[in-house]
Design a protein around this ligand. Structure first.
Ligand SMILES: NC(=O)c1ccc[n+]([C@@H]2O[C@H](COP(=O)([O-])OP(=O)(O)OC[C@H]3O[C@@H](n4cnc5c(N)ncnc54)[C@H](OP(=O)(O)O)[C@@H]3O)[C@@H](O)[C@H]2O)c1
Length: 407
């Protein structure tokens, strides 16, 4: 009979419950691989268990409570007591990652967190291990399944944002309170973690600029289709002139982009580097059993060493004014000279137009265009001036376009 490997489980909700079920199912196979038989030696929820007692009786802590407090305190105490820790908590790592990784290095234990970004998609492992030798230039990610589901529904059914959100809630793809999903903050936390690993530089969630999908209309989707574009909530982390930009915003993609075909609640991450060209990983981004599978993978890895998150080797300056291509949507009066005036204001800021669609007559006249990449501050300067033109019937709407073609 293999020796027991005792797991203290903090949190027994959607993921914690699924983790216990999966561990029970896979126990024999894990014992065969590792020579140790994993078992849950204690469970902590709000109504049962005592943290000190669980810590004293375990070899490893799995933290699936979520939130910052008391998760940070428990994880630090577990590390200080020499226990490996596995967590799925993106909030915790995007706020306190450096402190926790530093503590893990100091105490010689592993802190694993595959399930904190993109659920079961093994992106953390790939960045930490498989691509450890590559110099990464850029990461694009669809790292929030709720918003990807909503945008996919709006595109395929032509429905409104509100209707697609209601469907997502009914099907369990969105929380009762979906604020942090739809406003981009959930994706920002995940991009902070990916950027930290890919660029070896400390990144706090407050350094990630983010914008959500709440203002996207069915109209935008329709025009985008005419322009050959599809809309996603995209997280980007990229090197720019020796600095680092990390951001999340809705962005249009041309159909050849590897993320353009990722639909529904799926997540996907594209890693670009000169050495490897481009790698895309995709799969389910959430769900109890799926997330539990990533957590169990981390537990098995911790049972057979090594791996700890290395110290940061750089402190890249983080910038937020970067170059981007844009989609610009304007409801205009139906009269001559409108396009010329808009083009002149864009041109004054160095923006040139890539494609234009003019549709509708009278009250329904629309002018929709894509402009070539330029510094975002200059584009928004031009949009502010366009916004005060007398022929505009409502404020102009701008959405970034990821202007890369992959063949
Ligand atoms: N759900 C997903 O699909 C998914 C996907 C990827 C990552 N994650 C991450 O996985 C973690 C867990 O998510 P979840 O969906 O399983 O959450 P959940 O269903 O809300 O479960 C949370 C569990 O933690 C316990 N808990 C919360 N605060 C506590 C406290 N102060 N003291 C003791 N126990 C406490 C709760 O206890 P009670 O039972 O007493 O309330 C509950 O058992 C989060 O970090 C989340 O971001 C989730």
């Amino acid at each position: 009979m293999a020796e027991a490997f005792r797991i203290g489980l903090l949190g027994h909700g959607t993921v914690g419950g699924a983790f216990e079920t999966l561990l029970t199912e896979r126990c024999e196979q894990i014992a065969a691989i590792t020579g140790l038989r994993p078992e849950i030696s204690g469970v902590l929820t709000r109504s049962r268990g005592d943290f000190e007692e669980i810590l004293g009786g375990c070899d490893l802590i799995v933290e699936l409570m979520g939130g910052l407090d008391p998760a940070r305190d428990y994880v630090l105490r577990a590390i200080a007591a020499g226990r490996h820790v596995v967590t799925a908590n993106k909030q915790l790592l995007s706020h306190h990652g450096e402190e926790l990784w530093g503590a893990a290095r100091e105490h010689g234990v592993q802190l694993r967190f595959e399930a904190s970004v993109a659920g079961v998609v093994p992106v953390i492992r790939v960045l930490q291990e498989s691509l450890a030798g590559a110099r990464i230039d850029r990461i694009h990610g669809i790292v929030n399944g709720t918003t990807n589901y909503i945008l996919s529904e709006m595109a395929s059914r032509g429905c409104s944002y509100a209707d697609a959100l209601a469907d997502a809630q009914r099907l369990g793809y969105a929380e009762a309170d979906p604020t942090e999903d739809v406003n981009g903050r959930d994706a920002a936390a995940k991009m902070a973690i990916l950027a930290r690993l890919a660029f070896d530089t400390p990144v706090h969630i407050d350094q990630v600029t983010y914008e959500g999908i709440e203002l996207i209309t069915a109209d935008d989707m329709q025009y985008a289709e005419d322009l050959g574009l599809g809309l996603k909530l995209i997280g980007t982390a990229e090197r720019i002139d020796g600095k680092l930009a990390v951001r999340v915003h809705p962005a249009f993609l041309y159909s050849g982009h590897p993320l353009a075909s990722v639909h529904g609640p799926f997540n996907a991450v594209t890693v670009e580097s000169e050495a490897i060209t481009e790698i895309t990983m995709s799969g389910p981004g959430a769900g109890g059993p799926q997330t539990a599978s990533a957590v169990l993978g981390d537990v098995i890895s911790a049972m057979i060493p090594p791996a700890s998150t290395p110290e940061t080797t750089q402190a890249l300056q983080i910038v937020d004014d970067v170059e981007s291509a844009f989609y610009l949507h304007m409801e205009v009066e139906d009269r001559p000279g409108v396009l010329a005036e808009v083009a002149a204001l864009l041109g004054a800021e160095g923006a040139s137009i890539k494609s234009v669609v003019q549709q509708g007559l009278g009250e329904r006249a629309r002018l929709v265009m894509v402009v070539h990449p330029l510094l975002e501050s200059r584009f928004f300067e031009a949009v502010a001036r366009i916004g005060s033109l007398d022929f505009l019937r409502s404020p102009p709407r701008a959405i970034r376009v990821i202007d890369e073609e992959f063949v």
